[in-house]
Design a protein around this ligand. Structure first.
Ligand code: DAV
Length: 362
């Protein structure tokens, strides 16, 4: 919150006026082979089951057209846009503990880089295929670090991700959706408490408060690590029992401006956890239903990417263009709504919030 003219990195919440942002790229994106953390995320009836390898040149080109157009629109509104540097994702990776057939991509910077004030923190990540993804953002982070004397570049401890970080046979295909929901309600997730694990997209920023989803990609030790790492913040752990595949908070719980949030009606925040929002005068509305009844082909995410909006100032919000119900709800709430065609980019790692990460908000 400094007025230093050299300040490059500064963002405390999800809604203040956005001035500088990173927008991801679809180049070279792969569907990695299955691994212990990813299997439970993929619904039994998904077309992703058993599929891996590089995504087709045509789908990459279509996704990049939409990502580039989104970047251009932000630039036309006076927002500086930077893009990551893809690495060769289609190669085997290894650490002393494991090897994996390929990496993933760099379309969703929100998953990897958490900006809190003047700090950019590289998340531990919890999938082996995403262990090296931070490398795509290092050229940008290096520039910010060189330009901005107050910028803090931090990296959370790289996890080992051995077999002890995941539960053995967490799920079998015979398990029903009801049984799954029971497991999730009991906070029985695929990751163990062996070591701190978190994805940056499980964290929402509300100034001095960080709201973090405990689920498949973030464990309690990860939340505890964040709490120790940000001693001047209040870190709140939340969970959403209605989500059978709880990864990333940003298709579940979306702050729109100070005092107003939308919550996925199928994944309601438990009453007990709502109290802190009510006490502080926050209103939590049910989000509009998605306009689609299934995700586009080969997509990890659910139809609730409808809620994955990017707020660019407290009155203006970017919403996927075909999500007519979400557009209408936000319009009625008095927002200036910018429709952004983005469904071709969804399979590469998510929606408009996923595909960006904040560098500077006023
Ligand atoms: O509903 O599939 C997607 C979040 C992507 N960052 C979902 C969560």
């Amino acid at each position: 919150m400094s007025n230093n003219p050299k300040t490059v990195v500064n963002s405390w919440n999800e809604w203040d006026p956005l001035k500088h942002v990173i927008v991801g790229r679809a180049d070279g994106c792969c569907i990695p082979p299955s691994e212990p953390a990813s299997d439970p995320k993929i619904p039994i009836d998904s077309d992703m089951r058993g599929v891996h390898g590089p995504r087709s040149v045509e789908t990459v080109a279509k996704a990049n057209l939409q990502l580039d157009a989104f970047a251009k629109l932000l630039e036309n509104r006076g927002i500086k846009v930077d893009r990551p540097t893809p690495i060769t994702f289609n190669q085997e990776i290894r650490t002393p503990d494991w090897q994996h057939g390929s990496m993933f991509g760099c379309m969703p910077p929100r998953d990897v880089i958490l900006t809190v004030g003047n700090e950019m923190l590289e998340a531990t990540m919890s999938y082996r295929s995403r262990w090296f993804e931070y490398l795509c953002y290092r050229p940008l982070i290096k520039t910010y670090f060189d330009q901005d004397p107050g910028m803090r570049h931090e990296s959370a401890p790289k996890p080992r991700l051995t077999g002890s970080s995941y539960k053995d046979n967490y799920l079998s295909d015979s398990i029903s959706i009801e049984e799954r929901l029971e497991m999730v309600a009991k906070k029985n997730f695929v990751t163990t408490e062996e070591e701190p694990l978190f994805d940056a997209a499980d964290v929402l920023r509300f100034g001095k408060d960080l709201v973090v989803q405990h689920g498949f990609t973030t464990n309690l030790k990860g939340i505890n690590w964040l709490n120790r790492h940000f001693p001047d913040h209040r870190v709140h752990s939340v969970n959403f029992p209605g989500d059978p595949y709880p990864i990333h908070i940003d298709a579940t719980f979306t702050p729109l401006r100070s005092g107003l949030l939308i919550n996925n009606p199928e994944r309601a925040l438990p009453e007990e956890q709502k109290k802190i929002f009510a006490k502080n005068g926050w209103e939590i509305l049910d989000a509009a239903r998605p306009a689609h009844n299934k995700p586009p082909p080969l997509c990890y995410s659910s139809v609730w990417l409808s809620m994955n909006v990017l707020v660019i100032d407290p009155k203006t919000v970017c919403v996927e263009a075909s999500e007519v119900n979400q557009l209408e709800q936000l319009d009625k709430l008095g927002f200036n709504v910018l429709p952004i065609p983005f469904r071709d980019a969804y399979p590469f790692g998510g929606g408009l919030h996923c595909s960006t990460t904040d560098v500077y908000r006023e």
